[in-house]
Design a protein around this ligand. Structure first.
Ligand SMILES: [Zn+2]
Length: 182
């Protein structure tokens, strides 16, 4: 089932999400709905707070063609299909950082460059509660950071340059008004 999205201006996007402690059929069903919603919205990641669920869970899926180096080799060969990430921790963030344009399903029509570490280790639990760890590169690493930020009430627009933040101020204010009216 596709779930309705929560948009910029909704206070739920600014909350600290709570850890997941129960790994049951309800969590499995939620993760499936989140994947379906991510696909329907053509996103590469979706976090709990974006569908009004204040829990530490996100889903991500990087299309293979967006996960290749210059030679066409996969950057993250372990990533196949959608990944369900519960209670994530980001470790060993690389000193090497890169700036890249980001967007967010909760902040339509706004994009901007964010500087982030190029690689990270993602430690998390899968939907059955098993501990897992993955080293991620490039877009996958960026996506995992963007989604983990959602669980801490942080949005990519907070991380833009001062100049860019001033430039989009009006758009954000309009979006917030729309959200609060709906
Ligand atoms: Zn987002």
């Amino acid at each position: 089932m596709k779930l309705p999205l929560v948009f910029y201006g909704d206070p739920g996007l600014r909350q600290q999400a709570e850890p997941v402690t129960v790994f049951d059929d309800k969590l499995l069903a939620l993760s499936r709905d989140m994947v379906e919603t991510m696909h329907a919205e053509a996103g590469i990641g979706l976090a709990g707070p974006q569908i009004g669920v204040p829990r530490r869970i996100f889903v991500m899926e990087i299309p293979p063609e967006m996960d290749e180096d210059e030679t066409g080799a996969r950057l993250n060969p372990d990533l196949n299909g959608p990944l369900v990430v519960v209670n994530p921790e980001l470790l060993e963030l690389s000193k090497n950082k890169e700036e890249m344009e980001e967007g967010c399903l909760s902040i339509p029509d706004i994009r901007g460059k964010v500087r982030r570490p190029v690689s990270v280790t993602l430690r998390f639990q899968d939907v059955e509660g098993r501990q897992r760890e993955m080293r991620l590169q490039d877009l996958a690493a960026r996506c995992a950071q963007h989604e983990t930020d959602h669980l801490d009430g942080i949005l990519f627009v907070d991380l833009l340059s001062q100049v860019k933040r001033v430039a989009i101020k009006g758009k954000l204010r309009k979006l917030k008004e729309q959200t609060l009216q709906s």
